[in-house]
Design a protein around this ligand. Structure first.
Ligand SMILES: C[C@H](O)[C@H](O)[C@H]1CNC2=NC(N)=NC(=O)C2=N1
Length: 118
């Protein structure tokens, strides 16, 4: 099983494959703290991180934004007092690509080193 935290995203266009059910089960095992949400028929990965202050939450938000820009793969980010909700999915295929699991694992790595985690 490849280590998702060391992987990089591949260019994802409209005909890129969604993850299969088998891949989904295997990839979810690497990001056990993430939930699957389905919104308007689109499968998404979602996790909420708790922080002591809004300032810490904002700093983490910006750190996630930096890796998103680097990988050209972008999340939905909800930054609130004391928490950040990160949601990954691939707009181009209206579902989950391996990229989304890579970025969820990379988000977890960022959180491990983030200041102000509760
Ligand atoms: C043109 C640009 O490469 C694409 O629009 C990228 C940008 N970031 C993206 N982010 C996500 N989550 N899904 C996409 O399909 C996507 N596409």
């Amino acid at each position: 099983m490849t280590d998702l935290t060391k992987a990089t995203c591949e260019a994802c266009n409209a005909d890129a494959p969604k993850v299969s059910e088998t891949e989904l089960a295997e990839l979810l095992r690497q990001i056990p703290d993430w939930n699957i949400e389905v919104r308007d028929g689109v499968m998404q990965l979602e996790r909420t991180y708790a922080f002591r202050t809004f300032k810490h939450a904002l700093a983490f938000t910006n750190a996630v934004g930096e890796i998103a820009e680097t990988e050209n793969h972008h999340p939905a980010l909800l930054t609130e007092w004391g928490k950040v909700t990160v949601t990954w999915w691939s707009h181009s295929i209206k579902g989950l690509h391996r990229n989304d699991f890579i970025m969820a694992a990379r988000t977890d790595e960022l959180a491990k080193g983030a200041d102000g985690r509760k």
